[in-house]
Design a protein around this ligand. Structure first.
Ligand SMILES: Cc1ncc(C[n+]2csc(CCOP(=O)(O)OP(=O)(O)O)c2C)c(N)n1
Ligand SMILES: [Mg+2]
Length: 215
């Protein structure tokens, strides 16, 4: 979800996701290995959650077995945050069956598989470790500690709710513009509207413009 919100993609085919709304835990590492097999000439980065990583981390063996030097970043919040997030925000902080109070030491996991590991304490350490791995085409496991009490994936739309009911981070200034794209036949139109407009109205309007154009 973080990637879908924050990662800028400039080249088609360079961002691989399980799609939907981040539906498949455990997808990242095997997908990264597949991407590296397909494109050994480019750096491949797995951006993973600590929960998701632990669903398929035994695939680390393949990094050395098949010489697939990918960079694995673990967003380590010691929880299944997407689920916790719902419990905190929508279920009155009724937190159940999500927190990992005894996560393994991911640096030791890295060492056990014979892979370089780093737990950066600031941005420069992170940058230089990743830059070195990219330069040398080497595998790396980066354990990034984040705060499960603070680092929410926002904005988000609660299930069954309308887009207007999106929850923003506290203090977030809402300056939302709906970008609506509707297609029918050969016609395609993009309408950008301010948040005074209901997005569903915008879709209907866009469809009507297309129909008029098609006539
Ligand atoms: C195989 C599988 N099991 C369960 C889920 C439901 N699910 C969606 S997100 C999530 C939490 C993922 O936790 P983590 O990978 O640590 O990422 P975080 O949300 O903490 O950043 C779970 C359990 C899923 N998507 N796929
Ligand atoms: Mg997590």
């Amino acid at each position: 979800m973080w990637c879908e919100l924050h990662w800028d993609v400039y080249v088609p085919g360079t961002f691989i996701t399980s799609a939907g709304l981040g539906t498949m835990g455990g997808f990242g590492l095997p997908a990264a290995l597949g991407a590296k097999i397909a494109r050994p000439d480019v750096p491949v980065l797995d951006i993973d959650g600590d929960g998701s990583f632990q669903m398929t981390m035994q695939n680390l063996a393949l990094i050395r077995e098949y010489d697939l030097p990918v960079i694995v970043t673990i967003f380590d919040n010691s929880t299944l945050m997407l689920v916790r997030h719902w419990q905190v925000m929508l279920y009155n902080r009724r937190i159940i069956a999500v927190d990992f109070n005894v996560n393994p030491d991911f640096m030791k996991i890295a060492e056990a598989y014979g892979i370089e590991g780093v737990r950066p304490s600031n941005y420069d350490e992170l940058r230089s470790a990743v830059a070195r791995a990219v330069r040398n085409n080497e595998a790396l496991i980066v354990d990034v500690t984040i705060d499960r009490e603070r680092d929410f994936v926002l904005p988000f739309v609660p299930s069954g709710k309308w887009l207007e009911e999106v929850i923003f981070p506290e203090g977030f200034k809402v300056d939302l513009r709906y970008r609506v794209r509707a297609m029918e036949g050969d016609f395609s139109i993009e309408i950008i509207m301010s948040n005074e407009v209901n997005p569903f109205d915008a879709v209907v309007r866009a469809m009507n413009v297309i129909r008029r154009g098609a006539r």
